[in-house]
Design a protein around this ligand. Structure first.
Ligand code: FER
Length: 455
């Protein structure tokens, strides 16, 4: 992975977030009482947005009531739907054991429909979110009942896509033993690396705190950047972002898999003749090396996913399966997600690398995996039923404007998605914005939006 500065950036980001929030450290975060993240919400008629609660107590129940249901209704999980222009107050209460406590009121200001109001809802100066909305006649909640899964109804993708709030809670990257689950290493047989030969490959499996093999969990596959392997993401403490999101009540309990996305016999970088290059990364920008990442589609579909589904208590089917990644892993995730649309309902790409379209970056001429206008799109049946999130650095010196070009194509093709830019940590090597600060921010926002059940 090129994001060598990630750890330095992490420290800076942590220091900054602690200063901003006035928190002394992670312990106080765990003990803090639940409170409303914001007491104001601006919506346009037709828009929906979830009321965010910080430091949710997982054992408590939260209830929401609207002062004027004709203007704005609110669902059991706190999603507000704007119906008519005006002001509405939503009262939020927490019930824990027999105690009921008011968290206060959120004042919702509803504006009449205007053409591009969603784009103007910029959450903070550092973060510019842009949202391509689904067409008005959007999908109803999806009921998934593959034979081995319980019958559950999922939130329509529209609700996530219209949620332009991409802020993250303080301490979302912290290492916090109180919320930690476990990390396992698996070895599985791959039949797609060498002809007529089985090659053993490794992956990390991230289990949630209180993992119970009697339960069933949705699965997130997350891919590392170029020159990485199955240890890169755990080495960068990405599992803590997942555990924090679950502990904050922002993400469902899930199993995450961090594979080795370089699907060749070495599980590592090669030169153009296919020979390993060790640490000589300057020789790693070539088509043979990139082809190993393209081959991960076969490895994942034919070998790793079946292994995970056989050996872990997983919920299967696209409603329960997400894919995301950083940089080269973001490219891999877009490749796989847009190719295997019947298998993944959630696709996240954080600082995605070149190669989705024809390019000539780093002196390498690559044909590209998709054609921007013709093939980088969703099939009709998945168009309004797939969550796509692309997060980019405001000044990414490594993948430059490639993430923006993917956003532009999706927008031109009318594919509903979320795209936003956020600032990276400082960096001395010109890769500012191509680092852990940005990709973990993207991951947290992705985690907030995947697998949520409709209530
Ligand atoms: C490239 C520049 C960067 C490229 C890939 C990367 C496929 C990947 C960077 C990373 O994973 O950090 O031209 O071509």
């Amino acid at each position: 992975m090129l994001g060598k500065t990630a750890k330095i950036s992490l420290c800076l980001a942590l220091a900054a977030s602690m200063l901003c929030s006035g928190l002394a450290g992670h312990a106080s975060l765990a003990a803090a009482k639940a409170k409303l993240k914001s007491k104001k919400m601006q919506l346009t008629v037709g828009q929906t947005k979830k009321i965010a609660i910080r430091n949710k107590n997982k054992k408590a129940a939260y209830s929401f009531s609207s002062s004027a249901k004709a203007k704005a209704s609110v669902s059991k999980n706190g999603t507000v739907t704007a119906k008519k222009p005006g002001k509405v107050k939503i009262t939020v209460k927490e019930q824990y054991k027999k105690k009921v406590r008011s968290l206060g009121k959120v004042t919702v200001t509803i504006k009449a429909k205007s053409t591009d109001s969603a784009k103007k809802a910029t959450p903070s100066p550092a973060v510019q979110a842009s949202v391509t909305q689904p067409p008005a006649a959007s999908a109803a909640p999806v009921t998934a009942a593959p034979s081995e899964n319980p019958t559950v109804t999922y939130k329509p993708i529209e609700e996530y896509v219209l949620d332009t709030d991409v802020s993250v809670p303080a301490g979302f990257m912290n290492v916090n033993p109180d919320v930690a689950g476990t990390v396992e290493t698996i070895t599985y047989d791959s039949t797609v690396i060498k002809e007529n030969e089985v090659v053993q490959r490794k992956a990390k499996v991230i289990l949630p705190k209180d993992y119970d093999p009697e339960k069933k969990y949705p699965v997130l596959y997350m891919q590392h950047g170029i020159f990485g392997n199955e240890d890169s993401l755990t080495g960068d403490n990405v599992q803590n972002v997942i555990w924090n999101a679950i502990a904050n009540g922002d993400a469902e309990e899930m199993i995450a898999v961090f594979p080795n996305a370089c699907a060749n016999e070495y599980g590592g970088a090669v030169d153009s003749d296919g020979n390993p290059i060790g640490g000589d990364t300057s020789r790693g920008f070539n088509l043979t090396h990139y082809a190993a990442y393209n081959n991960f589609l076969n490895d994942l579909e034919q070998c790793l996913m079946p292994y995970i589904n056989e050996n872990y208590p997983t919920l299967t089917g696209r409603e329960n399966t997400a894919i995301c990644g950083f940089s080269m892993g973001g490219r891999v995730s877009l490749h796989i997600g847009f190719t295997l649309q019947s298998k993944f309902r959630y696709i996240g790409a954080f600082c995605p690398a070149p190669g989705i379209f024809k390019h000539n970056d780093n002196g390498v001429n690559e044909e590209g995996l998709f054609m921007p206008q013709e093939t980088f799109t969703l099939q009709d049946e998945y168009m309004n039923d797939t969550l796509v999130l692309i997060a980019a650095g405001t000044n990414d010196g490594v993948v430059k404007e490639f993430p923006q070009s993917y956003h532009d194509a999706l927008e031109a093709n009318g594919v509903p998605h979320i795209f936003y830019k956020t600032k990276g940590g400082d960096s001395e090597n010109g890769s500012g914005g191509h680092d852990g600060t940005v990709y973990k921010h993207g991951l947290y926002n992705f985690l907030r939006r995947i697998f949520h059940l409709h209530d």
